[in-house]
Design a protein around this ligand. Structure first.
Ligand SMILES: *[C@@H]1O[C@H](CO)[C@@H](O)[C@H](O)[C@H]1NC(C)=O
Ligand SMILES: *[C@@H]1O[C@H](CO)[C@@H](O)[C@H](O)[C@H]1NC(C)=O
Ligand SMILES: *[C@@H]1O[C@H](CO)[C@@H](O)[C@H](O)[C@H]1NC(C)=O
Ligand SMILES: *[C@@H]1O[C@H](CO)[C@@H](O)[C@H](O)[C@H]1NC(C)=O
Length: 431
């Protein structure tokens, strides 16, 4: 009996210990399972959290400084490359011969067609047009139009952009068009009629006389594009520490020979002022001047193509208008001068309000930024205020020159300017 009991006890014991080990085993499995689930869940959350943070950080970097900050090293690289490479040594010779020589045109055509960044090259009788498609806003264009020595500059720029695309996977945000023309009349302006006007953000010209002058760097053109070019010139001057002799930017608007183009599209013409100094410039200085204009061009194109939102600081506009108004001192015009000043002040207040709105906008929202960019381009066109022959009615440079004209002519100009500014105010207030 005792043996039986002890046997049963032993069995019971062993049974229960078996049972216990099973239970422990199961709960162990469950808790391990639960723990790994928990770990997995936490790890997963951590990972997504990191991914979200990473993406947000990337976005933040992309948007910083109006979308220009994270490519600053590339901008500098472009400008440094332009400084290093000789800008087409024989383009000066070509400047004379580029007059529709079939060889030169097909050579340029070959070079451009060879670049992978360029989507298509179209060869016409008197011009070549190369298109680089924008990655984000391909239906907005920045058009560069060059002839003569400008051709060498544009080719070099296209090559450098191509290299940057290869090495850094960069593509312009908006589309770029390089239009190279030969002859004395700018056939690239014909091209513009193929586009809806509001799709062209800026039309930038380096014509055959751009490097003839030895004076100030000057930009004529529509107000907004003009200030963008001047801002770019300031950046170039700062980065490369050019002195005032090489790059002088105190744009005195009095004796400028170039005026606005007969166009109703935002534009700028870049050149050095021909102040008729007859000193013999050496070859080296001339080369540097060419590099400088190439750098300003590159920086302007980059900013127009890459910035998320175009913002206009009207300081230069105000300054020019202010100087022009100062030059009016005939007694019989004072009353009208007052009127123009009041309209100008009102316009500047409206621009300030617009800029405050731009500062508040969330620039992730591409639709909002596009609407504002289009508004600025509209504003630039309205401020150009072309007449039936596309001559701008608001060109202060022309106003300076007309200062000796009879009273009624000047009065007519003043009234036209007031009307144009009132239209601009209307556009801004309709927002
Ligand atoms: C086109 O590119 C190839 C290879 O990149 C090069 O060998 C050739 O010389 C280029 N042609 C022209 C016309 O630049
Ligand atoms: C403009 O040019 C004229 C001569 O063409 C000169 O007499 C005058 O001083 C110049 N004005 C300025 C502001 O440079
Ligand atoms: C430059 O000066 C010369 C005389 O020295 C004169 O004949 C010429 O018309 C001037 N050019 C300009 C653009 O003022
Ligand atoms: C416009 O320029 C004048 C003269 O430089 C200055 O007094 C005025 O404050 C400027 N206005 C604005 C809105 O910047």
């Amino acid at each position: 009996m005792q043996r039986v009991l002890s046997f049963q006890m032993a069995r019971g014991l062993s049974e229960s210990s078996e049972f216990v080990t099973k239970r422990i085993c199961f709960s162990l499995i469950f808790s391990v399972g639960f723990l790994s689930l928990l770990c997995g869940f936490l790890l997963g959350r951590f990972a997504t959290q990191r991914a979200i943070e990473f993406r947000a950080e990337k976005k933040r970097l992309e948007l910083a400084g109006n979308g220009l900050e994270n490519t600053e090293y590339l901008q500098r690289l472009v400008l440094e490359q332009l400084e290093r490479t000789p800008l087409d040594a024989d383009s000066e010779r070509k400047c004379e011969s580029f007059n529709l020589k079939e060889d030169d045109i097909s050579q340029v055509n070959d070079i451009l067609s060879n670049l992978s960044l360029i989507e298509k090259v179209v060869k016409h009788q008197s011009y070549i047009m190369a298109t680089i498609r924008g990655s984000r806003e391909s239906d907005r264009y920045i058009i560069l139009s060059v002839s003569c020595e400008g051709v060498g500059v544009a080719l070099e720029l296209a090559k450098i952009f191509n290299q940057i695309q290869k090495e850094y996977k960069w593509k312009p945000r908006r589309s770029l068009i390089f239009c190279l023309f030969s002859g004395s009349s700018n056939s690239c302006t014909e091209v513009l009629s193929n586009f809806m006007p509001h799709k062209i953000m800026a039309y930038i010209v380096v014509h055959h006389q751009a490097l003839q002058g030895k004076g100030h760097f000057i930009v004529s053109g529509s107000d907004i594009v003009q200030s963008m070019v001047l801002e770019s010139a300031n950046i170039v001057k700062k980065w490369f520490s050019y002195n005032n002799q090489l790059l002088s930017l105190n744009n005195i608007p009095y004796n400028i020979t170039t005026s606005r183009l007969a166009l109703d599209i935002p534009h700028a013409v870049l050149s050095f002022m021909n102040n008729n100094i007859t000193y013999n410039e050496n070859h080296h200085e001339r080369e540097i001047r060419k590099i400088i204009i190439a750098q300003i061009l590159a920086q302007t194109i980059w900013r127009f193509s890459e910035c998320l939102i175009i913002k206009w600081n009207p300081n230069y506009f105000n300054e020019t208008a202010f100087k022009a108004l100062e030059s009016i001192n005939r007694i019989e015009l004072l009353e009208h001068k007052e009127k123009i000043q009041q309209t100008l002040d009102k316009l500047l207040i409206n621009i300030k309000t617009l800029n405050e709105k731009i500062d508040r906008i969330d620039n992730i929202n591409i639709l909002d930024t596009r609407i504002l960019n289009d508004l600025l381009m509209d504003l630039d066109r309205i401020l150009l205020c072309p007449d039936k022959q596309y001559q701008s009615k608001t060109d202060w440079i022309k106003f300076f020159k007309s200062n000796q004209e009879p009273f009624n002519i000047i009065l007519m100009h003043i009234n036209e300017i007031i009307k144009c500014y009132e239209n601009a105010i209307q556009l801004l207030q309709d927002q």
